[in-house]
Design a protein around this ligand. Structure first.
Ligand code: T4K
Length: 373
């Protein structure tokens, strides 16, 4: 452990290179590089099995997954979503020429509240796009009830929720569609990548057409689709990564326990929320630094940076404060008080499988030392 060695908020796990060479050799020999080749097919099947879901369609990244999910369900008008997320959530709505309508979050779970969703419904609303923020399950039952009552589609942005199980089954089985991200910063990565999860074969077929420019066969184009296909090298890496992911999540759980232990006694700091009946993936370790702590969040953030610890303020700024959204009526700060508070107080601490215990202790000590001013 050295004070100069940078500690980032995350670092991807990569398997030993030698383990990947046979996969590469197979691709080099077959010369099938993309367009739904054998590794693509194998990974889709393996993920369906591993995650306990019905159907999955691989994508180039999570953002194209979100864009295509909205196209798949032919969403129009307004989409109710959260301001407390990564830019891709609202941007995917915008790129479909739809209007994002921001609703407030629960101060503890950081997920959209059913009440705020209901209040945001207008005659133009056709869909809800909640985020399972940090992998914490949304209130899926009440959101489904609202959707059923008002005839709305539900697309979960499940970018943080790989492998999360809720009440004994995959969280991804809720809503019309769920969208995963396999970006380098995620629990499970294919470098860049993502997927749409759906419940029936007909919907998967439509998604598969849409991610391949709309082609159904050589001469039939069914829709103005896009190129969202994952290539064979990434799909092969995904297969190999899958053999490690349970162990990686278990190591994340150990790190989370160390943080819990070291930070629990600090007044003014709230630790990550854990929903009962949930098997989490520990994709993030967000703490919330409130007014009861002697210094503010940004002071802690700066102090850590001085010591080369690069914690991150996910999610600050709010989407509703970004220039392309802030003039929307739903972006008014007084409409989103809980999201604003979370964005002011949150700090995501480093968590990734290769992070040594010593470094976790160093981060804890640095935060504790902030109390001295
Ligand atoms: N919806 C939600 C709710 C999301 O959070 C995201 C993505 C999406 C949708 C979209 O999914 P994708 O289209 O990305 O599949 C990162 C990621 O780029 C982004 O995927 C992620 N959310 C977001 C929360 O975080 P940045 O700008 O903070 O990443 P960056 O480059 O600063 O990386 C953070 C740290 O990770 C670095 O300081 C070091 C480490 N790192 C990063 C990369 C890229 C590595 O060690 N190796 C690497 O290759 O956005």
């Amino acid at each position: 452990m050295s004070a100069d060695k940078p500690i980032y908020v995350t670092q991807p796990f990569l398997p030993p290179l030698d383990d990947f060479i046979p996969y590469l050799r197979e691709i080099w020999d077959a010369k099938v590089l993309t367009n739904g080749g054998p590794f693509h097919q194998r990974l889709e099947a393996a993920l369906v099995e591993h995650l306990g879901i019905k159907h999955l369609s691989l994508f180039t990244n999570g953002t194209l997954g979100l864009l295509t999910a909205l196209q798949t369900l032919q969403v129009t008008g307004e989409v109710i979503t959260t301001p407390y997320s990564f830019a891709a959530t609202a941007h995917s709505v915008m790129w479909n020429n739809l209007t994002p309508v921001f609703a407030d979050i629960d101060p503890i779970t950081c997920n959209l509240t059913p009440e705020s969703i209901e209040q945001a419904i207008t005659p133009r609303t056709t869909a809800i796009m909640p985020v399972h923020c940090y992998g914490t399950p949304c209130d899926v039952d009440r959101i489904q009830q609202i959707a059923d009552t008002h005839g709305l589609k539900v697309i979960y942005d499940a970018a943080h929720a790989f492998g999360v199980r809720y009440r004994g089954e995959s969280l991804l089985n809720h809503g019309d569609l769920s969208v995963l991200s396999f970006h380098a910063t995620k629990v499970y990565t294919t470098l860049e990548g993502g997927a749409i999860v759906c419940a029936d074969a007909a919907t998967k077929k439509r998604i598969d057409h849409l991610k391949n420019f709309g082609f159904a066969n050589e001469v039939t184009v069914l829709a103005a689709g896009i190129n969202g296909k994952m290539n064979e090298v990434q799909a092969a890496l995904g297969l190999l990564q899958l053999t490690h992911v349970d162990r990686l999540i278990a190591r994340r759980a150990q790190i989370a326990s160390l943080y819990d232990e070291g930070l629990r006694s600090l007044d003014g700091i709230r630790l990550p929320f854990r929903l009962p009946d949930t098997q989490p993936n520990h994709s993030y370790y967000p703490i919330f630094i409130g007014s009861g702590f002697p210094v503010g969040r940004d002071a802690v953030y700066a102090r850590l940076r001085e010591q080369s610890v690069y914690a991150r303020r996910y999610f600050y700024p709010l989407l509703s404060d970004m220039p392309m959204y802030r003039d929307l009526p739903s972006a008014a700060p007084e409409h989103l008080p809980h999201a604003a508070k979370a964005a002011r107080e949150v700090l995501c601490l480093p968590i990734y499988p290769a992070l040594p215990d010593d470094d976790v202790m160093r981060v804890i000590e640095l935060i504790r030392s902030c109390r001295a001013g």
